[in-house]
Design a protein around this ligand. Structure first.
Ligand code: ADP
Ligand code: MG
Length: 700
């Protein structure tokens, strides 16, 4: 929906210009962000109630939500306790009675009595419950019939708006109805006519009306589909435009890649065959690097799928062309781990790898800076220390970012700015459902590692109740006795890192003294100094520690192949994606591995999450389930993820429409990048407006 591009569109008028809207109501609406009549029309119902069919008392069963019409037989209010008033009414429906009950709403009695006295029929709406031999509805919505045939809540599909203090449903319906009557003629079509036709979409004015007051469920569905389409389409058009702007950028270094030579180089330094998925990803990346346009690619691969090898190949391509490459990781532990792996592989080729960490001495930092600026060092790994003031590169050609969801948009941009226009590859082990990838990273190309290296043992996952703890510990004892190592993950305490550290300390002491006094127990939590953490990790890797009690700091990327057991305490407190990450700490070597979820979930959703974890090890499926169970808002936390706020569309429910809009938008932008065709003028304005509301979507 779009205000016509001329002065005096009634959609742009303030709400006070509506009949019956005074300063107090204006203030309440303003709090909801509603200022104009157009805003009001975009305040969509939360749900709709089909009141087109009246039911009869004789056919009720209990549990159903119904509309029913009848005559009042009796109305009375009782006060069983001083603080409680119960109003009861009996409604006659062809000789059978339905009881209506209101708690502490004595003011309903007077209008009900008036209706009864005047013998005016009533329509009631609500959920029926069985009550002894009769049926009742508690706090029904009700309305007298005969007030006029234009009633907004009788005998039709009725909108129900998000409830707001002080604005009842009747009020909402009247407001929207008035706004529609006044401003509907000014609702303009945003989508080009050919598109409406091709995608079988209802026109904007019709959709504006039917989304509030549909004549049938079919009309409602068509209106909703059109509005969902429009919302996704605007978003995808923005992403398509951004992607085009980026790829047109010609400043990116054009690398010439000799894939055969690269393969030979890799074969000399890597002790195994690359998987098909790894080769495919490397091929896609080399295509980007050679294109002369900036690479903006997301590499998605489950834990253990071998992203580091793809990173290595990309680094080689940059370096062989005389450029520098950096790899930025979210934690010092992870950066160090990458440095160890890359040094082992690259040093035989005569390539030094710099490690830039915040914890280095000033002198060491200065050395790193000098070698990067002077160009003596071609490869650097580090934390965000890499993007700090003073770090400069002779010729940065490629920036790799590991576990990108941990970095804010700004940090990514800061890294990109260290080069003229470096190619960018972001890597994530957190599988992102396809739906979210499209809405979040629609401007990035995506490579997926959907194949694990051969010989991986699947991880067996068990869900155990706290009462079975002894059984869990004796199984752990057997594995430890065989020389394996174990992780114990402490309950998540979101409110405070301090509390979390405290509980981790207590748990590690308990395990060290009471449960496994014969084994060496280590402790790792977020309140420890980086050196302490690194020291503990190094000792665990070296098998100087048998059991590592840790908080979620071990969540990302840590690789200790001898660890074959992870016990996660109060597992229901973690999100599915997080549990999957934690589970990925084991199963990294040749040993059969186990993940034990200790959990006594209080909710069905919690139980559902535990069983998803025991049923599948597929990170993408888990991510999809997580999205379904928790909803997109909760998925990574809206702010952190940069998930755009959608008003009517739902990335889970409306996936098919999302896919449809994506190809439509990208095709349109390819043909007409700035939407300059005359029939796209309203669309261009709508996209500009949407850009403001989707400003969160700002990746790379
Ligand atoms: P990710 O970063 O995707 O979680 P890594 O790159 O750390 O995974 O790889 C996990 C483990 O698998 C490493 O020990 C790595 O050496 C090994 N690996 C990677 N690719 C292969 C392959 N093609 N064949 C065998 N092992 C591999
Ligand atoms: Mg990794």
């Amino acid at each position: 929906m779009e205000a016509r591009d001329r002065a005096g569109s009634r959609l742009d008028e303030p709400l006070q210009s509506l009949r019956g809207v005074g300063p107090q109501l204006t203030a309440s609406l303003e709090k909801l962000g509603l200022r104009t009549i157009g805003d009001l029309l975009r305040h969509f119902p939360r749900r709709w109630e089909d009141r087109t069919h009246f039911r009869h008392v004789r056919e009720l069963e209990g549990g159903e939500t119904i509309s029913l019409r009848g005559q009042l037989l009796d109305v009375r209010t009782k006060a069983p306790r001083p603080s409680m008033k119960i109003t009861e009414a009996l409604l006659d429906d062809e000789g059978a009675a339905l009881k209506l009950v209101w708690f502490n709403q004595p003011y309903v009695e007077r209008p009900l009595r008036a209706a009864m006295a005047a013998r005016r029929p009533l329509v009631v709406y609500g959920m029926v419950r069985r009550s002894g031999w009769t049926f009742e509805i508690q706090a029904p919505e009700w309305e007298e019939i005969g007030e006029g045939s234009d009633s907004l809540s009788v005998n039709r599909i009725v909108p129900v708006y998000p409830s707001v203090e002080g604005i009842g449903q009747t009020r909402w319906r009247r407001l929207i109805d008035t706004a529609l009557a006044l401003a509907l003629p000014d609702v303009e079509e945003t989508l080009p006519p050919a598109m409406l036709h091709e995608h079988r979409l209802m026109s904007a004015p019709l959709a504006a009306r039917h989304i509030h007051f549909p004549g049938s469920m079919g009309e409602l569905e068509a209106a909703r589909r059109r509005l969902v389409f429009e919302e996704f389409f605007l978003l995808q058009t923005l992403l398509a435009q951004r992607r085009q702007a980026q790829s047109l950028h010609s400043g990116a270094p054009c690398l010439s890649v000799d894939l055969a030579r690269l393969r030979a180089d890799l074969a000399t330094i890597v002790p195994f065959e690359l998987t098909g998925a790894q080769q495919r990803a490397i091929g896609e990346i080399s295509g980007d690097l050679a294109s002369g346009r900036c690479m903006n690619r997301l590499l998605q691969g489950d834990v253990g799928s071998g992203k580091t090898m793809v990173a290595l190949a990309s680094i080689l391509m940059a370096v062989e062309n005389g450029h520098q490459a950096v790899l930025m990781a979210p934690t010092e532990i992870l950066a160090q781990q990458h440095a160890i792996v890359l040094r082992r592989l690259l040093e035989p080729l005569g390539l030094a790898v710099e490690l830039a960490l915040g914890s280095l001495s000033e002198k060491a930092k200065r050395g790193v800076r000098e070698r990067l600026l002077g160009g003596q060092s071609r490869v650097a790994v580090g934390t965000h220390a890499l993007i700090q003031e003073g770090v400069e590169f002779a010729s940065l050609g490629l920036a790799l970012i590991d576990e990108q969801h941990r970095f804010g948009v700004l940090q990514r941009q800061a890294l990109a700015k260290k080069g003229a226009w470096p190619h960018i590859l972001v890597m994530t082990a957190t599988p992102i459902p396809r739906t979210l990838t499209l809405t979040l990273y629609g401007d990035l190309d995506v490579s997926i590692l959907d194949e694990l290296p051969p010989g991986r043992k699947p991880i067996t996952t068990h869900w155990k109740r706290p009462a079975q703890r002894d059984q869990v510990y004796s199984a752990a004892q057997r594995l430890l006795a065989e020389g394996r190592q174990a992780y114990v993950v402490c309950p998540l305490i979101e409110e405070s890192e301090k509390l979390q550290a405290k509980s981790a300390t207590r748990l590690s002491e308990q395990i060290a003294t009471e449960v496994f006094p014969q084994y060496r127990v280590g402790l790792l939590h977020g309140q420890m100094k980086p050196e302490e953490k690194d020291d503990v990790m190094a000792r665990f890797k070296a098998h100087d520690i048998d059991i590592l009690v840790a908080t979620t700091v071990i969540e990302v990327g840590i690789d200790v192949p001898n660890a074959s057991l992870i016990i996660i305490e109060d597992a229901e407190r973690f999100g599915l994606a997080q549990l999957h990450q934690l589970r990925g700490r084991v199963g990294r070597g040749q040993f059969a591995s186990y993940c034990i979820l200790m959990s006594d979930p209080k909710t069905d959703e919690g139980a559902a999450r535990m069983s998803v974890m025991t049923q599948t090890g597929d990170g993408f499926r888990i991510a999809e389930e997580d999205l379904k169970l928790r909803g997109p808002g909760e998925f990574y936390g809206t702010r952190q993820s940069g998930l755009p706020e959608l008003v009517i569309a739902d990335v889970v429910r409306d996936l098919d429409v999302l896919l449809e809009t994506r190809s439509a938008a990208f095709a349109l932008v390819a043909a007409d990048p700035r939407l300059e065709r005359p029939e796209s003028a309203p669309l261009r304005r709508a996209v500009a407006r949407a850009a403001a509301s989707f400003e969160l979507v700002n990746v790379s």
